[in-house]
Design a protein around this ligand. Structure first.
Ligand SMILES: [Fe+2]
Length: 504
């Protein structure tokens, strides 16, 4: 492995930090690395694996004012690129306005998710809307050959080179980016049409918008989605012809919100509502469907089946777990543990002709953070690959491949002290079937004090990794990831530093 440190940042976090999500597997990184010719400590890099695995993580450099929440940390993008049986790694902080300002100041300037918004030291940039720092640390997707990073509670989309991980600036959509409201955590790219579908939300009426950016990067569609009040939607889904948005009964307590206090509550007597809208539809075209109350953090896929829209996602059996008296950290972070939320893969069917709603549980297993073969997005798919959670923690201790046709599943446990990332599915070059490809993840191995990029054969997950590559440093745990096929990136050729320049 050929390794070079290319950046090092000053951390002002306390030496004796005891925060559970700033220590251990969540220990933030302060170093930026370039590593070429990654060494396989196990197996061989498949020669038909071609593309980049991109992962976002939260890496705080400064302490919180009062209470750090793991979603507050500054975004850092990790790239593991594969081609011709070789692999490289890059990691870079995303140069957000907030990161730059706090780095210059050497101290925190904005409060986080679990802090009073009145603590904001500045009221400009993205602090102005939520008065939280836009850390751009939640998701990373690829549109038109450029990676875009996003933020949990709506923010800018930062453009990131998918090979070098260097920040290229903010996405503007030729001046049409909705700067007042931003874009939510999970915009969706339809690789078949080249469109990017998104929503945003805020405390102002109409509380949500839905938009479409076309293959030329123009904001081609942007409509109001009126909701009964401020909501906290996290994800959306799309089919060939429709987008699906949601209004779940978990939102800031309206009475407290009048006093500028942001406390999410689950309202079990209010149904879940799903909006089905033609992808370029208007307000009048929205069809609302009601179902049992829950909250869904992430959907896996949606598709059309005759008159029905099929929507799959993770139903939370207990969106507001009881405080069991486990101390302040347990009280605050019980909302992050999959076992506490009781997340199970679920299917809703919305009949566009009769208006009927049917739903069913697809698995008894507690999993979340599901991914699919990207070629099957908006299509009738069979497999979802999801994470299992360490009880009581926001840590992924294993992988499950759900077979939605048979109800079967197979899994792989990382073992004690080893945690994975959201795992992306990378179709094999020349793939002939839905699970003909690889599952790619980055592990945080507390036993070896190291991180590895681990690759599985998607058709034989339970056989274990086909390849394990050493990374330069232990990577912090984090949230989302994606896979971008090399052929797709090379077609756009928009990146600063194409793979060829990296010796691949
Ligand atoms: Fe998410």
């Amino acid at each position: 492995m050929d390794v070079e440190i290319v950046g090092k940042f000053l951390s002002t976090l306390p030496e004796d930090d005891d925060h559970p999500y700033r220590t251990g597997p969540w220990r933030p990184q302060t170093t930026e690395w370039d590593a070429d010719d990654l060494a396989a400590v196990d197996g061989e890099i498949p020669r038909d694996l071609d593309g980049v695995y991109l992962r976002n993580t939260e890496n705080p450099l400064h302490p919180a004012f009062k209470t750090y929440h793991p979603f507050d940390g500054d975004g850092m993008v990790h790239v593991v690129g594969f081609r011709d049986g070789k692999a490289f790694y890059r990691n870079r902080f995303i140069r957000t306005d907030g990161f730059t300002a706090e780095n210059d100041a050497g101290e925190p300037l904005w409060p986080g998710l679990a802090e009073p918004v009145q603590l904001a030291q500045r009221d400009d940039g993205w602090g102005a809307r939520t008065r939280m720092k836009d850390a751009s640390s939640t998701d990373v997707i690829v549109h038109r050959g450029i990676a875009l990073t996003s933020f949990y509670q709506c923010g800018d989309l930062y453009r990131v080179d998918p090979y070098s991980a260097n920040t290229l600036g903010k996405e503007t959509w030729n001046g049409r980016f909705p700067v007042d409201w931003g874009v939510s955590a999970h915009p969706k790219v339809d690789n078949k049409t080249g469109e990017l579908l998104f929503f945003n939300y805020s405390k102002q009426d109409p509380y949500m918008h839905y938009g479409v950016v076309d293959e030329n990067n123009e904001l081609a569609h942007y409509v109001d989605i009126p909701l009964p009040g401020p909501r906290l939607p996290h994800d959306m889904a799309f089919t060939e012809n429709y987008a699906i948005l949601n209004d779940f009964p978990l939102f800031w307590d309206p009475r407290l919100l009048e006093h500028d206090v942001h406390l999410p509550r689950f309202y079990p007597d209010i149904p879940s509502r799903f909006a089905v809208i033609p992808r370029r539809g208007s307000l009048e075209d929205i069809r609302w469907f009601e179902a049992d109350p829950t909250f869904v953090l992430h959907f896996t896929n949606a598709y059309e089946d005759g008159d029905e829209i099929v929507l799959d996602g993770f139903f939370e059996g207990d969106p507001q777990p009881l405080d069991t008296g486990g101390g302040k950290w347990d009280k605050l972070f019980r909302f992050l543990a999959l076992d506490r939320l009781q997340t199970t893969l679920h299917r809703w069917r919305f009949n566009l002709v009769t208006g009927a709603v049917k739903d069913e549980r697809l698995s008894e297993s507690i999993t979340e953070f599901g991914t699919i073969n990207p070629e099957y997005a908006a299509g009738n798919y069979r497999y979802a690959y999801a994470a299992t959670g360490k009880p009581g923690w926001f840590l992924f201790d294993g992988l499950v491949k759900h077979d939605l046709r048979t109800g079967g599943q197979e899994g792989f446990s990382f073992g004690d002290g080893v945690y994975g990332s959201e795992t992306a599915m990378a179709p094999r070059v020349g793939a002939t079937g839905e699970d003909d490809g690889y599952l790619v993840t980055i592990t945080t191995d507390m036993n070896a004090d190291a991180s590895y990029c681990v690759v599985f054969d998607a058709a034989r997950l339970s056989d274990g990794p086909v390849c394990k590559l050493q990374l330069p440093e232990r990577v912090s745990s984090g949230t989302h990831s994606t896979w971008a096929p090399g052929a797709q990136l090379r077609r756009w050729d928009t990146a600063d530093s194409p793979a060829e320049a990296l010796g691949l």
